[in-house]
Design a protein around this ligand. Structure first.
Ligand code: HSE
Length: 424
C-alpha cells in the first residue's frame, strides 16, 4: 500500500477542510484509491483552531523547517495564502524534494515558471487544481480529459463573489453597494473585496487556465481586466429587459497563433448556459475541435469544495509514477510566435441619453455606421426634460470601432454615452 505523509501549512478555511477530509476519509481513500494518506504535520499558530480541529499536539510543527524536513512528510499542502511567505515556503519544500499542492492562484499566476523549474530540478511535484474554480476539476479536465483537442475557447464565471453580487443586483434590483454589503454579511466577500470585484482573482485564474488550454504561456500581464465596481443596477435591469444577464466573464480565445484573454463584465443572452449560473456558483465552458462544447459547473470556493480539489491532487501525485508539468515551455515570457490581441470582437450594449428631437436617431446611426457598427436591437424610453434614454445592442464589431464611435458621440451636443458593456 502506497503511503503518503502530508504537512498542511495553515489551518484556515481551506487547510481546515483538507485536515477534515484527510482524517475523516482516510479509510475511504485507502479502500477506493489504494493509498494511505496521513496528516503528519500542521503549521498553525492559532491554538484555538488546532483545538477546534482536534489536531494532536505532537503533529503541530514549531516552524516551517520542522514541517518541511519531517522525514514522514512527502507532500506539502500550502494553505497560508498571500504570495511572499507562500512562495518562500513552497520553494523550501520543492528544494527539499517534497511535492507541493496549493490552491494559491496568485502565487501560481505570478511565479509558476520559477516554481515549476525548481520542482523539476528536485524531482518534486507541483499541483494546483484548487487554484482555479475550487472544487470543479477544470485543470484535471484540461490536462487529462481533453488531450485530443485543440481548444479554441475557454469562457467562464470563475469568481463566486462577483457572481453573487451580480445575481443579487439582477434578481432584486439592488445597488452594487447593497449587494456587496450582503455578500460581506454572508462571508462571500472579504472586508477588502478588491481582489474579487476588480477582477484580479479571475485574471489569475484565467492566466493559468488559458495557458493550460492553449498549451502556451499566457502571462498575467497579458490578461485584460475590468471589474464590476462601476456596474449599475440600471444597466443590469435594462439588459434584463432586452433578454440579457450580466456576468463577470473570463474569456480566453485562440485562433491560429493569436490569443485574447480578458476579464470583464459582459451580457450573455438569457438562454446561454452561463446565464443560469447564479449566486456564488462557478462554471467554465470549453470548445474543443474534437469534443465540441462542454461546460463544468460547481462550487468555486468554500472549505470542503476547495479541499476536495486539494485531496484530488494528493491522490493524483501519489498514484502516478511521474510528475505532471506544463505541456509548454513554462518561462515567464510568452512564446515569441504568439500574438496577443486586445482588439476583441463581439457585440456591445450602449446606454445613451439623447435629445428627444427629430433626426437624432439618424445622426446616431450615421456615427455608428461610419465605424462599421450596425444596430441589432434598440429600445427607447423618455428621460423627461426633452431627453430620451436609448439602450442599444450592436451586431458584432470590434473594440477599436466601439471606442472610436463612443468618443465621437461624446463630442456631439445631442448624445451622452452613459455606459458601454460587452455582449458575449
Ligand atoms: N474569492 C474567490 C471567489 C474564491 O469569490 O470565487 C477563491 O478564488
Amino acid at each position: 500500500m502506497k503511503k503518503v505523509g502530508v504537512a498542511i501549512l495553515g489551518l484556515g478555511v481551506v487547510g481546515g477542510g483538507v485536515y477534515e477530509i484527510l482524517t475523516k476519509k482516510r479509510e475511504f481513500l485507502i479502500a477506493t484509491q489504494g493509498v494511505d494518506i496521513s496528516v503528519e504535520s500542521v503549521l498553525e499558530v492559532r491554538e484555538d483552531r488546532i483545538r477546534e480541529l482536534g489536531v494532536p499536539a505532537g503533529k503541530v510543527a514549531a516552524n516551517i523547517a520542522e514541517a518541511v524536513c519531517n522525514p514522514d512528510v512527502s507532500a506539502i499542502v500550502e494553505c497560508i495564502g498571500g504570495v511572499d511567505a507562500a512562495r518562500e515556503y513552497v520553494l523550501d519544500a520543492l528544494h527539499a524534494g517534497k511535492t507541493v499542492i496549493t490552491g494559491n492562484k496568485e502565487l501560481i499566476a505570478k511565479y509558476w515558471s520559477e516554481l515549476e523549474r525548481t520542482a523539476k530540478t528536485h524531482n518534486a511535484g507541483l499541483y494546483f487544481e484548487a487554484s482555479c474554480v475550487g472544487g470543479v476539476p477544470i485543470i484535471r479536465t484540461l490536462n487529462d480529459g481533453v488531450q485530443a483537442n485543440e481548444i479554441s475557447c475557454i469562457m467562464g464565471i470563475i469568481n463566486g463573489t462577483t457572481n453573487f453580487i451580480l445575481s443579487e443586483m439582477t434578481e432584486k434590483g439592488v445597488s452594487y453597494e447593497d449587494a456587496l454589503a450582503h455578500a460581506k454579511s454572508l462571508g462571500f466577500a472579504e472586508s477588502d473585496p478588491s481582489a474579487d470585484v476588480e477582477g484580479y482573482d479571475a485574471a489569475y485564474k484565467l492566466s493559468i487556465l488559458s495557458s493550460l488550454a492553449f498549451h502556451t504561456k499566457v502571462p498575467l500581464a497579458k490578461v485584460f481586466r475590468e471589474g464590476i465596481a462601476t456596474v449599475t443596477a440600471e444597466d443590469i435591469l435594462d439588459g434584463k429587459a432586452l433578454g440579457y444577464r450580466l456576468k463577470l466573464l473570463a474569456i480566453g480565445k485562440r485562433e491560429g497563433n493569436t490569443v485574447e484573454v480578458r476579464v470583464h463584465p459582459a451580457f450573455v443572452k438569457e438562454n446561454h448556459p452561463l446565464a443560469a449560473v447564479d449566486g456564488s456558483f462557478n462554471a467554465v465552458y470549453l470548445r474543443g475541435d474534437a469534443v465540441g462544447e462542454m461546460m463544468l459547473y460547481g462550487r468555486g470556493a468554500g472549505s470542503l469544495p476547495t479541499a476536495s480539489a486539494i485531496v484530488s491532487d494528493i491522490v493524483f501525485a501519489a498514484t502516478h509514477g511521474e510528475h505532471r508539468y506544463a505541456t509548454f515551455k513554462n518561462t515567464a515570457s510568452p512564446d515569441r510566435d504568439i500574438k496577443f490581441t486586445a482588439d476583441f470582437s463581439g457585440a456591445y450594449y450602449l446606454r445613451l441619453t439623447v435629445s428627444d428631437e427629430q433626426g437624432v436617431l439618424a445622426k446616431l446611426a450615421a456615427i455608428l455606421g461610419k465605424y462599421g457598427i450596425s444596430i441589432a436591437e434598440l429600445r427607447q424610453t423618455s428621460a423627461g426634460g426633452g431627453a430620451s434614454k436609448l439602450f442599444l445592442v450592436t451586431h458584432g464589431t470590434h473594440e477599436t470601432a466601439i471606442r472610436s464611435a463612443v468618443s465621437k458621440l461624446h463630442a456631439t451636443d445631442f448624445a451622452k454615452v452613459e455606459s458601454v458593456l460587452r455582449v458575449c
